[in-house]
Design a protein. Structure first.
Lengths: 139, 139
DNA sequence: TAAAAATACTCCATAGGTATTTTAT
DNA sequence: ATAAAATACCTATGGAGTATTTTTA
């Protein structure tokens, strides 16, 4: 069961037939036919009752329609979130460090992160643990 | 973005690396590597920070983990629903019909439905509209 | 130097297409 | 007679595998 096929299924349900759905999604009618058949086989249920004029959902098909709508909507929202955030990440990173923190490890980590995310801005405060804790809390 | 790849992604996140994840899912390490790279490309975001010892999620990766968990869980539940219902459909269908309803159409439809779902049981009440409505309401 | 990720290819499964047949109105 | 689904067959994209190289702790 893949998102692509669930979308085929929903489109057939909406359009009421393979031909209409295949036009909407720009795939051929036999491709849709096979994918729907394979989906029915995978789920062990007939999803549509076929007449030569149209395809109407069975009760099981109606159940799948609800589920598929939920799943695809969530997937679409996720893709939107990612396309909305663009391809850059920016922000402030505040790092507090006591004497005991290994400075080399820290700078290496920063270099690594900056390589991935040039938009990140670092601020480092050094001192004893109490001083550091206090400065971090002010932010 | 397909369910298969989202599952790859979650497994890499859980196992902390490609090698472990590929063993869990019985695919090879280079296959996982490519699929994750393509997912990152599709979403326009680095999802993991790679060290040679492990792969840890970026903030964007953490977001996708939440979403992917929701999506896959919903898909799994859906598949479970269908496998639980087995491959038979049974039930009672009660049809009320006034004189004017075309009997041939009705019996044709029943034959068609029974062909798909042998477990369905039909009951037909005939009479005037009021009588039919009353009997249907009793059920 | 060891353990893991990335690359470079090769292969094949299957998604997708074209042509045709079947079916029911 | 027509409009739609199904079937048969072919093509090709990309998912997956094998072998190897690169990287860094």
């Amino acid at each position: 069961m893949e998102l692509r096929v669930l979308n085929y299924f929903l489109t057939v349900a909406r359009e009421g037939g393979l031909t209409g759905a295949s036009e909407v999604l720009h795939v051929t009618q036999p491709t849709m036919s096979r994918q729907i058949q394979e989906l029915e086989e995978e789920l062990g249920q007939k999803l549509f009752i076929r007449t030569t004029r149209s395809m109407v959902l069975t009760p099981e098909g109606m159940l799948l329609r609800k589920r598929a709508e939920e799943i695809l909507e969530m997937a679409e929202r996720t893709k939107s979130e990612f396309s909305a955030m663009g391809s850059t990440v920016a922000g402030d990173v505040l790092i507090g460090s006591g004497e005991t923190f290994a400075l080399k490890q820290l700078t290496d980590l920063m270099a690594q992160i900056r390589e991935e995310y040039p938009g990140i801005h670092f601020q480092i405060y050094s001192g004893n643990a109490e001083e550091v804790a206090e400065r971090l809390e002010k932010v």
